[in-house]
Ligand binder design. Structure first.
Ligand code: 6PG
Length: 245
């Protein structure tokens, strides 16, 4: 499947993380100048940790945090202090280190997936009031070694959701629900940036970008912003099996 996005290969994870932090600063400035705020959805997992750490340290003074709204792409079904919590990782690396108003941090209540999917959608509808779809300014995404992104896992109902903004997605292989933004929401972002590093992502990345179109098996293939930009920030290890770079 030809990639609909731009692939940017970095020598190593540190260079990728710095570029991702610079992208955040650039888009924050542009968004705040254009419409007075910067609405961004953070990716979970481990890859983005260094990006958030840089934003919470070296880059933090380049951002007007009073105008930033942090959302999440997905959350595990655990409380915010659990080691697996995407919120906890972002809190430790970034949120606890910057002067962002508490009301601007929009945590997904992972510990109660069913009701909090609806609650999160209402929070998004309030933030993007009057819009048919939420147009975030930036969404970071990761890629699982099974081709999932956010909590859109292969073979799950969330892949086909084209109406709700947020769902509690049953993931049979994990025997649990995961809250996740839905494909139409991800595809309405002004900018989507995948952050992918490591040899274990080389095969799924090749399949997603260069294999046949099979989003049921490779959900990351669903990400193809209608009007926004799509960039794949990958390190050399993750790009190791790509033909087109
Ligand atoms: C999650 C993430 C998920 C993640 C990928 C990659 O909650 O796990 O949202 O989509 O981005 O699984 O995770 P790593 O960065 O840890 O490889």
């Amino acid at each position: 499947m030809p990639s609909h996005g731009k692939i940017v290969v970095f020598d190593d994870p540190e260079k990728l993380a710095r570029a991702a932090a610079e992208k955040f600063v650039e888009l924050a400035r542009e968004s705040i100048r254009d419409h007075g705020r910067f609405s961004v959805a953070l990716a979970g997992g481990s890859t983005p940790a260094r990006v958030y750490e840089l934003l919470g340290s070296e880059f933090k003074d380049q951002i007007d945090w009073s105008r930033v709204h942090l959302f999440f792409g997905d959350e595990r079904p655990v409380p915010p202090d659990h080691p697996d919590s995407n919120y906890r990782m972002a809190y430790e690396k970034l949120i606890s280190r910057v002067p962002i108003p508490a009301e601007n941090v929009h945590r997904m209540i992972g510990e109660a997936p069913e009701e909090s999917a609806r609650a999160y959608e209402e929070e998004l509808r309030r933030h993007f009031s009057g819009e048919a779809w939420p147009r975030s300014d930036l969404i970071y995404l990761g890629l699982g070694d099974d081709g999932h992104t956010a909590s859109l896992f292969p073979g799950t109902a969330g892949l086909k959701e084209d109406n709700a903004w947020v769902v509690s997605n049953w993931v049979d292989k994990l025997k649990t629900h995961r809250i996740t933004l839905t494909p139409p929401v991800l595809n309405r972002s002004a900018h989507v940036v995948f952050l992918i590093t490591g040899k274990n992502k080389a095969d799924p990345l090749r399949e997603v970008l260069e294999g046949s179109f099979d989003p049921e098996r490779l959900p990351a293939q669903l990400i193809n912003p209608e009007e926004g930009t799509l960039e794949w920030f990958v390190d050399r290890d993750a790009a190791g099996m790509l033909r087109q770079v």
